[in-house]
Design a binder for this molecule. Sequence first.
Ligand SMILES: Cc1ncc(COP(=O)(O)O)c(C=O)c1O
Length: 477
Amino acid sequence: MNVPYALLVGMRDPSLRLKNGSGQDDSVVCRGCASLPAMADRTSTKRKRAGKTPVSRRSSPLEPPKSPLLAKDARNGAPITSGKHFLSDKVGHFTESVIREMTRQAMLHGAVNLAQGFPDFPAPAEVKQAAQRAVAADVNQYAITWGAKDLRNAIARQMGVWQGITVDPEKEITVCCGSTEAMISTLLAVCNAGDEVVIFEPFYENYGPDSVLSGAKPKFVKLRPPKDDGGEWTFDEKELRRAFDKHTKAIILNTPNNPTGKVFTRRELELIRDLCVEFDVLAITDEIYEHILYEGTEHISIVSLEGMRERTVTINGMSKTYSVTGWRVGWAVAPEKITNAIRKVHDFLTVGAPAPLQEAGAAALSLPAEYYANLAKGYRVRRDHLMPALTAAGFQCFRPRGAYYVMTDISAFGYKDDVAFAKYLVQEIGVACVPGSSFYRDPRDGAKQVRFAFCKKPETLDEAARRLAKLRVGATA
Ligand SMILES: Cc1ncc(COP(=O)(O)O)c(C=O)c1O
């Protein structure tokens, strides 16, 4: 198995600074670059003055580079390469997604895929029909870059219903290609090289590479697992405070949380709010599991706390709430000034999210309250289906309060680490999980953990349980 688990080399390098070819900070180079035609004009003036275009340096992003691949060897016509490094330094600082790699492994070995968080059951019929109607009605061209009006109106309306927040759909919402794009567009829009971003770990693996790509340095604060079955994942308030300083630009929150299932309490969010205000920090909050809650837990959006409206970017999407992870529709809700910056990045990254699926998004957000209650109930049944099977097989489960994953401790199996165990599980037992190390900066912190997703049909969970029953506690590899 390809082992890309040693994650985010750059995060361990405090001196990480993203530079352009001339050694300047990217932030300096990019300032004022929003208008490409203006830049082209400046270039042509310079060129006129110089009399000719310099050969060794590109003078405009509009001008294609002189590719060394165009040069051919006179003897055999083979392309001559210069030996130059063609890869960005940034990509050397993180690996491919471990979660997505585990899906490929599951397919390779015919394993039950409890690794990646996508449902294997149908999306709601009303939502699919709305998409079909939109395609048939020829909503097949680019939507407005920052989102179809109907969808933005529906998001604003539901932010009022669910969070009690008034949002201007014209000025404060950007619809993106999934919340994944909303997060990276936000970080690119707000971070300069050298800014620091606070992240709780274990963390959803995208946040690390997102920070690196945006030039920010991630600072991690530990979430510690519960000591007993009824307990909660907690963090140390002093450790959190120590992570904040004058370089802190933002904190990334994810509640309900992937991978832990933690749902941040009002008290915890108030503490985070106080630090954000004291250090003048932005909260970027990923609330994609907002409606998947258990045992009467309450989802609180940090934007709804006093003092946070002007310093919060709330990210959400259709993937998890409406079981359409392949549609790629998500959004960022932020104050106008920040929204303007996010919209610029989003425009040049993707132009826009799929137009007919945005129309279906407006229909989805109009589903009755009963839909959300049934969604949570369905996931509780699935959680309570998988957890006993895991416990019986020898895993120690950390009971999730929200989202659709269960983090487990694998100490009882006696494996060298999570990667060796996950490899054995997918190849020999036929069940794919995600090695815990992929959720931590230091792989050793997750060496005794693996994560299972339970967003699956009962028969899928039954088959996984049947296979897991073959596991032997105390086996060593
Ligand atoms: C916390 C979290 N955020 C974002 C995503 C991706 O969301 P989207 O499909 O909207 O890009 C996931 C997917 O697993 C997730 O767990």
